[in-house]
Structures are given as C-alpha cells and as structure tokens.
Design a protein around this ligand. Structure first.
Ligand code: NAG
Ligand code: NAG
Ligand code: NAG
Length: 311
C-alpha cells in the first residue's frame, strides 16, 4: 500500500469534485433535452402506472445497449435487460422518455415510452359541431388541455385518419361519410389522443351527427320597403339558406327568427317563422338580423347575420 502525500490527496479530491460536477452537468443536459412534445412520437409505447413494460429492439444485431434520453441504462432494479428486450419495472413519470437501442454505437431502433393516464385524466371534453348533414362539410371540434402538449382526433366510426389542430390551433376538422338522405343508424365515434413529454391519454366521444348540427348563418336581402320611414312601414325580405345547407329545401326545411329594432324607442323585437324564405316586418324598423335552425330536428340556432341597417 502506497502512502499518498498531502498534495496528491488534494489533487485527487479536486479531480473527484470535477468528475462529480461533470456527471451532474451531463444529467442536466439530458433533462433539458427532454422538452415538451409538440408532435406525436413516430414510435411510441404506452403502459399504465406501476406496471412492467417490455420494449423490443428491432434489429438482427447482437450486443445491444439501451439508452434512455441519451443516458446509458445499466442492469438495475428499474430496468431488466434480456437480449433485445428491455423490461421497465414499475413504470412512473420518471421512467418515461425516448428509449434507443444501439449496437457498436450505431442506432438500431427506438421507442418513446409514455405513461398512460387515460384513467386519471378527466375533465376535458371534446366538443363538436357541424354546419350541415352533408358529408361535404367536415365536423368541427374543439379539444383543449393544459396538461398535454399535442392532441389529435380521429373519426373512428368511418375509419378516418388522425387529424391535428388547424394552423390557428383552435379547431380540428374531421371528415365523415354520413349519408344525409337516409336515417343515421350508427353513432359517430370520435377518438382523441393526447401526449405530453411523459404521458398519454385517450378518450372517446360519441354522438349522432343530427345532434350536433348548427347551421352557418343565412343571408338576407331586402326586397322592398313600403311607406318608408313612417309608422306604417312594411319591409319585405328574403332569407337565403346558408351556402353549406343541403338541398332540396323541402327535404331540409329551416326555421327562421328575425330580430329588429324599433327606430324611435330602440326596443328589440323578435319574430319566428317556419318554412318559406320570405317575410314581412311591419313598423318603423331601423335595423334587423336573422338566424336559422333545422325545422325538423330543432337544431342549435345558427349565429345571427350581421345587423342590416334599414335607411
Ligand atoms: C427518439 O430518438 C430517435 C433516435 O434518436 C429520434 O429519431 C426520434 O426523433 C426521437 N423521438 C423523440 C420524440 O424525441
Ligand atoms: C414487475 O416485475 C417485478 C420484478 O420482476 C415483479 O416483482 C413485479 O411483481 C412485477 N409487477 C407486475 C405488476 O407484474
Ligand atoms: C361547444 O362549443 C360551442 C361553440 O363552439 C359552445 O357554444 C358550447 O357551449 C360548447 N359546449 C361545451 C359543453 O363546452
């Protein structure tokens, strides 16, 4: 046994400190790299909390080495290595991330492991509307979450593709193949998937298309004004169905509502009528607007048209 001098001991202590510092910096680096997921990983595996999950390296090489988020994985209590398989024991948030397998420093395969929180995560709902029964218009859905960074929806009934949010980040537009001329017999099933850097969740939303119809707003044109400006004024106007509304109108009748303002008092009045696109409004009216809904199903009302001034 050699006796180390005081100087040597000090040098060794300094080196040990440096190594520790370097290890710490490497650890920090690998944490920084694990940033939020803004897209769905191409290959991912999911498993519930406290379960064991086995990842397989798809390769014909032997001598496989696994890494998680760039850190080497040793045989430990958490992970069991057996040939090309890696078993992650007792999954929780800390064990999620990008698992890569390497042979002689060449990347062979990878799997992003996520914790499935479908049973825990609640309280955020998919909300969908559609402007018409016809499959020419996509179903428009909202779905938001503070907890997850990437979301996608799919029309599972019609075997649709996954759809991400539109560019403005507000809506998902989902195609469907519902036949607007026959009775809708099967509910739509919209499936949502969400991921964050550690976690995953899946949820379903099921409804009939007819229950989510909200027509686009109609358009109005004023045909004639009699006794203009007087109290006996009569306005005749025509309401055109929204451009996305299916034809023929006899098959898809609309109910209308008009709101108008009495010039002298500022009072607002409403009037409803079924079918027929023409209507007369009597009295000294200064402005008016119209909205519509499906007459047979009493769908949600459309938005109002913008106010139209009457001279
Ligand atoms: C996981 O690692 C692989 C290999 O480096 C890479 O191609 C892939 O983009 C990574 N995925 C994520 C979501 O970081
Ligand atoms: C996971 O594996 C460990 C070690 O092999 C075992 O003790 C435990 O029972 C397993 N857990 C489950 C949920 O199978
Ligand atoms: C769904 O969205 C519509 C309009 O986008 C909104 O009026 C309605 O309140 C929402 N419903 C729920 C349950 O959030």
């Amino acid at each position: 046994m050699t006796i180390l001098s005081c100087v040597e001991l000090q040098a060794r202590a300094t080196r040990e400190k440096m190594v520790r510092l370097m290890r710490f910096m490497l650890l920090c680096l690998s944490i920084v790299r694990m940033s939020a997921l803004n897209l769905f990983p191409e290959k991912f595996a999911i498993a519930e909390r406290n379960t064991n999950v086995t990842l397989t390296c798809r390769t014909d090489k032997d001598n496989i080495e696994w890494k998680r988020e760039d850190a080497e994985i040793q045989q430990s209590e958490c992970e069991i290595l057996r040939g090309k398989d890696l078993t992650v024991i007792d999954l929780d948030e800390d064990l999620t991330g990008n698992y890569t397998c390497w042979s002689d420093d060449i990347l062979e395969d990878y799997t992003y492991l996520l914790l499935d929180k479908s049973k825990e995560a609640t309280g955020f709902k998919i909300n969908c509307t559609v402007e018409t029964f016809s499959c020419t218009e996509n179903i428009k859905c909202t779905w938001t979450s503070d907890e997850f960074s990437a979301l996608r929806l799919r029309n599972t009934r019609d075997n649709g593709h996954w759809v991400s949010q539109s560019v403005d980040g507000e809506f998902f537009f989902l195609p469907h193949s519902t036949n607007s001329y026959s009775e809708e017999s099967e509910r739509l099933l919209i499936t949502g998937e969400a991921v964050s850097k550690c976690c995953y969740m899946k949820t379903d939303h099921s409804f009939y298309l007819r229950d989510i119809v909200k027509p686009a707003d109609p358009s109005i044109s004023i045909c004639s004004i009699k006794h203009e400006g007087s109290d006996e004024q009569i306005i005749e106007l025509e309401v055109m169905p929204p451009s996305t509304w299916p034809q023929p109108q006899s098959f898809f009748p609309l109910k209308h509502q008009i709101e108008y303002e009495i010039r002298h008092t500022g009072e607002l009045k409403t009037k409803e009528w079924d079918e027929g696109s023409k209507i007369q409004v009597e009295g000294s009216v200064s402005k008016l607007r119209v909205r519509c809904r499906d007459l047979l199903l009493l769908s949600e009302w459309s938005e109002w048209t913008t106010w139209q001034n009457v001279n």
